[in-house]
Write a protein that binds this ligand. Structure first.
Ligand SMILES: Nc1nc2c(c(=O)[nH]1)N[C@H]1C(S)=C(S)[C@@H](COP(=O)(O)O)O[C@H]1N2
Ligand SMILES: [Mo]
Length: 317
């Protein structure tokens, strides 16, 4: 992965007060929404609009959330470019609605969903998860979504379904980073493809995500719908997905194709297995000065370690 130094974000930016302010503007937004005429169940929403969700304390880490500003201006989204500020600068070129998500492959009920329908299939939850990028930085993000498992059960995978493949939109007109040219040196093959084993995709922590911080998902964070898999490095959580396909073979992911020796299929957060070019033992939480120890499975070991019993995690990195 191309490493760029983070522009240092002042720690004074990240305070409980900031969180309170963000929270308050969310509540004001909610109040405004309560006064507004009821919208139809399938009406399109847009980025920044308030999105109602029930907070799930069970799925909320105690770490202070990263500021909305950092979450929306310090991004990895190579479809917009390789610099951290490219996604927020260029994300307006993405048109996240209308949007169709195809659920197909080895399932009894394949279906094309409009994103508005998909977003309202199951109750939305707010979950505060840690996100650990393979580059060595981390954030804490209040996501809004529902368990991917709910959608999977609806699709009814057949016995042939062993893995789930996620595909990001391919459209150079909306994604400048997908255009051929001298400035596009990310070396990824488009479209961005990611994958999970079926049991990982079914795990209750795996979230199909439509919003963050009480709002509809900003474009730079993967609008209109992305996956969030909190115990894996951030790149496993594909953004702006158009297809969820159930397959029998382990999918070839974009990062594996680019650099198989550096980015494996599993990519579980593991402080004991270094990246060939840098340590994974510690991380810099955006907004903090001192580095933190990275936790096994990003702190979710109690919930997910049993998925990997008997596996050599140095081999299956
Ligand atoms: N389609 C797509 N999905 C992607 C990426 C990308 O470049 N393209 N970057 C990944 C990486 S490396 C990380 S760390 C997270 C960052 O998510 P965030 O910007 O919402 O914090 O998105 C992941 N999903
Ligand atoms: Mo990342």
């Amino acid at each position: 992965m191309l490493i760029k130094r983070a522009p240092d974000i002042k720690s004074s930016e990240i305070t409980d007060f900031q969180f309170y302010l963000d929270r308050r503007s969310f509540l004001i937004g909610m109040a405004a929404m309560a006064l507004a005429p009821a919208r139809s169940a399938t009406a399109a929403v847009s980025a920044g609009e308030p999105l109602k969700a029930k907070r799930k304390e069970k799925f909320a880490v105690q770490d202070a959330p990263t500021t909305l500003k950092s979450i929306t201006t310090y991004n990895n989204f190579y479809e917009f470019g390789v610099n951290k500020d490219d996604p927020s600068r260029l994300a307006h070129t993405l048109k996240p609605r209308p949007w169709t998500i195809q659920v197909d492959g080895h399932v009894a009920r394949p279906k094309k969903y409009d994103v508005e329908e998909l977003m309202r299939l199951f109750p939305l939850e707010e979950r505060v998860y840690r996100l650990r990028c393979v580059e060595g930085w981390s954030m804490v993000i209040p996501w809004i979504g529902y368990p991917l498992a709910s959608l999977i059960k609806r699709a009814q995978p057949t016995s042939k379904a062993k893995f789930v493949e996620f595909t990001t939109l391919l459209d150079p007109a909306q994604f400048p980073g997908q255009r051929k040219g001298l400035l596009n040196f990310s070396s990824l093959e488009w479209p961005y493809v990611e994958g999970l084993r079926l049991d990982e995709a079914l795990h209750p922590l795996t979230l199909l995500t439509f919003g963050l911080y009480g709002q509809v998902l900003p474009n730079q964070n993967g609008a209109p719908v992305r996956v969030v898999v909190p115990w894996k490095y951030g790149f496993k959580s594909a953004k702006s997905i158009v297809r969820i396909r159930f397959v029998s073979e382990q999918p070839k992911t974009a990062w594996e194709k680019a650099t198989p020796s550096e980015y494996g299929f599993y990519s579980n957060v593991n402080p004991a297995v270094d990246h060939p070019r840098w340590t994974q033992a510690t991380e810099r939480r955006i907004g903090e000065f001192r580095r933190r120890q990275t936790l096994m499975f990003n702190g979710y070991a109690d919930q997910v370690a049993s998925l990997y019993t008997g596996m050599d995690l140095k081999k299956h990195y």
